[in-house]
Design a protein around this ligand. Structure first.
Ligand code: NDP
Length: 330
């Protein structure tokens, strides 16, 4: 038997509750690879799945945790053998399939990525889905001509998980980074990660009817969406790109117009980490190993255990988590 955070649903009231319980290997879903989990983390989606699920969880009882890192314990697939160190993000694990908030997980071999040399499982979960997505965003911006000589790159939701990692990577690569935050008290933290300028959230959330604003940004990693994305698009420099990652501030692009696209050739690049092809995942994890400074990552870490998760899940939905939570499931 081993520990897991189990979310249960009361069929009469429809309410869900989450708590640490003992489960066995026979309870785990069927798949090829059994992994002894070392660490997991807390993402926005985890907040939804620890609570009522937001439509993501199909069946209860449920073990959330959309990502984890650990060691293969048993495998029916030739690609993995006991002792291999692996990381998993995406593929709807922790939503449709039981996830990483347990000491063991059983998953498909196709969903795993071998941990690159130089990354241990704790570091991998300090990065987690949020950090992988930040790296995928930077790679997409680079593929579309991101240029250090064109001025600052904007990162929205900068003190959150995606934003913190994006800030550290971009600063390490030599870009000037402007971090947008609604929490002024995180300014020193963001500067420590390498942000050169702090932009107060209110400056970018007011709707405007202007078709374009003055050209300010050489690129953008946007974790917020909503009115902020509508404004940011109008402020992009000619021919530059925005990587749209998240919707922490709203699922619609409020106040958006076509003008930035047809008058300034601005690109809006969609970033999805969940179904990302294997080759690109490998490339992103290797880039993380080389381009994300470890001291910056350490500065983002908030340690936690399985029993902290109900509170942390509620906090991340309110935008109150700073940086990256690393959950020691053991
Ligand atoms: P976090 O909660 O850690 O970060 C989100 C940040 O956004 C907050 O810390 C806050 O930053 C800012 N924010 C929150 N609410 C608002 C608001 N109402 N208006 C403006 N800013 C707000 O979450 P993650 O970094 O893990 O994820 C960020 C987003 O990216 C989520 O929407 C998530 O679902 C999405 N995501 C998408 C992925 C993909 O594959 N496309 C993968 C991973 C995440 P601050 O306090 O600095 O203002």
């Amino acid at each position: 038997m081993f520990n897991a955070l189990v979310v249960e649903k009361d069929e009469e009231t429809g309410k869900t509750s989450a708590g640490v319980k003992q489960i066995g290997e026979d309870d785990l879903p069927g798949a090829e690879v059994l992994v002894a989990v070392d660490y997991s983390t807390v993402n926005y989606k985890d907040g939804l799945c620890i609570g009522p699920g937001g439509g993501l969880v199909r069946h209860y009882p449920h073990v959330p945790g959309i990502d984890f890192a650990g060691t293969v314990e048993a495998s029916d697939d030739d690609r993995y053998k006991p002792g291999d160190r692996v990381v998993l993000t995406g593929w709807r694990v922790g939503e449709a399939h039981w996830g990483g908030y347990a000491q063991k997980a059983r998953v498909k071999a196709d969903w795993l990525v071998p941990l690159p040399d130089g990354l241990d499982s704790r570091t991998a979960m300090a990065v987690g889905t949020a950090g992988l997505t930040a790296m995928l965003s930077v790679m997409a911006l680079e593929d579309h001509g991101l240029d250090k000589n064109r001025g600052p790159v904007l990162v929205t939701g900068a003190a959150g998980g995606v934003g913190s990692v994006a800030t550290a990577i971009l600063a390490h690569l030599g870009y000037a980074v402007a971090g947008v935050t609604g929490r002024p008290e995180t300014a020193d933290y963001l500067k420590g990660l390498g942000a050169t300028t702090i932009v107060p959230r209110e400056e970018l959330t007011e709707l405007t009817r202007k078709p374009l604003e003055s050209e300010s940004w050489a690129g953008c990693v946007d974790a917020v969406g909503g009115a902020m994305l509508g404004r940011v698009l109008k402020q992009m420099k000619y021919g530059t790109s925005v990587a749209a990652v998240g919707l922490a501030g709203g699922a619609a692009i409020e106040g958006a117009l076509i003008t930035p696209f047809i008058l300034r050739g601005v690109n809006l690049l969609g970033i999805d980490s969940v179904m990302q092809p294997y080759a690109n995942r490998l490339r992103a994890w290797e880039r993380i190993a080389s381009d994300l400074p470890r001291d910056k990552l350490d500065a983002m870490i908030q340690p936690a255990t399985l029993s902290d998760l109900p509170d942390l899940g509620a906090a991340i939905l309110k935008g109150q988590v700073k940086g990256r939570v690393v959950v020691d499931v053991n």
